[in-house]
Design a protein around this ligand. Sequence first.
Ligand SMILES: Cc1cc2nc3c(=O)[nH]c(=O)nc-3n(C[C@H](O)[C@H](O)[C@H](O)COP(=O)(O)OP(=O)(O)OC[C@H]3O[C@@H](n4cnc5c(N)ncnc54)[C@H](O)[C@@H]3O)c2cc1C
Length: 473
Amino acid sequence: MILNNLNEIRQQNEVVIIGSGPAGISAALQLEKRGINSVIFEAGNVNYDEKSQSLYDGKIIGDEYPDLKISRLRQFGGTSGHWGGSCLELDSYDFKKWPITKSALDPYRQNSYEILNIKGNFYKKSFNDYFDFFNLNWSNVRFSEKYFEKIKKSKKISLILNCPLLMLNGKDGIIENAEFKKNYKKKVKAKYFVIATGGIENSRLLLWIKENNNNLFDERLPIGKFWMDHPYHSVAEGIIFHDKFHEFLKKSKIEKYFDFNCNYSFYFSPKRNFIDQSNLLNTCLLFDIRQIDREFKNDFLNRLKCLAPNVVKNKFFFEKTYKDYKFSLSLIKDQKPTIENKIILSNDKDELGIPKPILHWKRSENVRRSSRIIVERFAQFLISENLGRLAANQFLFNNEIYKHENGYHHIGGTRMGANISDSVVDKNCKVHKIQNLFVAGSSVFPTAGHAYPTLTITQLSLRLGDYIYKLMA
Ligand SMILES: Cc1cc2nc3c(=O)[nH]c(=O)nc-3n(C[C@H](O)[C@H](O)[C@H](O)COP(=O)(O)OP(=O)(O)OC[C@H]3O[C@@H](n4cnc5c(N)ncnc54)[C@H](O)[C@@H]3O)c2cc1C
């Protein structure tokens, strides 16, 4: 049901969820399934609202990174209002530093596919000695469109809009109430509180709550630290020789996975052995293939003349390339968690009196290094099988500043782990040493892998819903 005013909120609630993005809504849906009441407090309105969005202002220090006001949405349904919908599961080895294994999310797979309207028909297959190829699923779900009417009719989920969290208050390891503002301020009590405000606000709010509640949090909690995104950059362009490539696919019995008729994107990743032996960051190679056009051919051949003169000299090569494919290669990479990449509070405050966030974000040299090794390996493969050629971008081989071309996956900051000194929440997403406070979203990921985060966020939130249900049973 939709609540219009803070006076409609009960004095004592079962679960208060702060934030209505994929994380908050998935947790509420699971609680509803288990018969537990929850109230979602959403800072924004049903649709985009300039005033609400302006409260997402923040500063960035380090590498070039998208404005924090555009890389997330402060409205009902959260950032799913303009996400791309790409869905992928993390690799099982991405969980090496997590306190849970990938299989802990298995019970929530099917349900997460239903929430995101995807089939979940993921595969990963061997391409050659160094690379696998895999597929994504695409979700068409905007959480606001799919879930507003459902929540309106729900007897178990209540939603109050335009009602931002101002503060959590507590002592002796227990959160006693949450303070919200809608026309006026009100303190709301609940058995359990879930912060699901996105990968920057989760850290920002916890830092602010810590500053205002002496001794509530253990001093050692690394709130805001080990923050990550997926470094994303274009690394090469090239051509694929039509006949040779199809012969290779046929010989490898993988032809059916490469449907070139619809100008397709294909996805590769380095094999585990290759990652370990070359100390690489896990990576998605986004291989975007198109039919060659004249403009591309002339431009590309000019560049290729310098890099591979013998290939270009070949008359046959010139004659047949119109039938071939051109491709561009971009990499989406894992980023190792470091203490230097973090969210801290600024001295500058927003209209609600909450300090704005400062994001410190830099890519390590291993991002460039592993991109270079991966591109070189891919190029060698094309040459050795004579399947095509690529021209790599120069920044891979020097110290040039290079662009981060995406910047929308806000990961870490309240990461999950067993030790209080290097993690904020435990394996059940409960803040260490606080009995009734949980965090939902990619801020709890201890490592990022290369997979788009929202499918895993959804699965973890469903799992969190179940965990709270078990605590209440
Ligand atoms: C352009 C773009 C493209 C993307 N594409 C993809 C993709 O293809 N695949 C993918 O997996 N991911 C993608 N993402 C990332 C994806 O959108 C996020 O992973 C996902 O939305 C995170 O869900 P969340 O619920 O944790 O946070 P959010 O969706 O950010 O939701 C947080 C919610 O909390 C609310 N809130 C914030 N502060 C408060 C407060 N003080 N009080 C109350 N409520 C508050 C917000 O209004 C919002 O509703 C993309 C992101 C962007 C920006």
